[in-house]
Design a protein around this ligand. Sequence first.
Ligand code: HEC
Length: 132
Amino acid sequence: MKQIKIKPSTCALIAGAFAIAGALSGPRVATAAEVVSYQLDVKPILDSRCVSCHSPGGEGYQASGLDLSTYKGLMAGTKHGPIIVPGEPLVSNLNVLVEGRAQVQMPHNQRPLLAAQTGILREWVKQGAKDN
Ligand code: HEC
């Protein structure tokens, strides 16, 4: 039987093609085209990192009046007013505070959110901060 000889340069090409195929079938990364859901994506972040302080009885609620346990509370904001401008993550206090763009950072005196989490909050506000 005749052996097929592959030139080294062809080998490199094949390896490269496999590397690209691997990258394409790798972990899915959120894209702007994907719809971010309040219930599925946003609420779990607030529940795990904010609600212990920002619900009636918690220190964040006492200090600011902000109740993050419901969509209604999130949209009502603090005693000074809303923390979300739908469509505008750059000026929404929710995003400003979790992204460390102000002197105060949230969660208060705790480990910051992961970049993936601030990204979800940002994209959700950008998409209109809907109760979806
Ligand atoms: C350990 C308790 C604690 C946690 C956890 C916490 N906060 Fe706070 N939060 C506070 C306190 C206390 C204040 C009042 C701070 C102040 O007035 O200086 C506050 C204030 C705020 C304010 C109002 C700031 C202002 O005056 O404009 C926002 C918005 C806020 N928190 C968002 C969040 C978000 C979003 C999370 C979760 C990612 C979170 N917080 C997690 C304690 C907490």
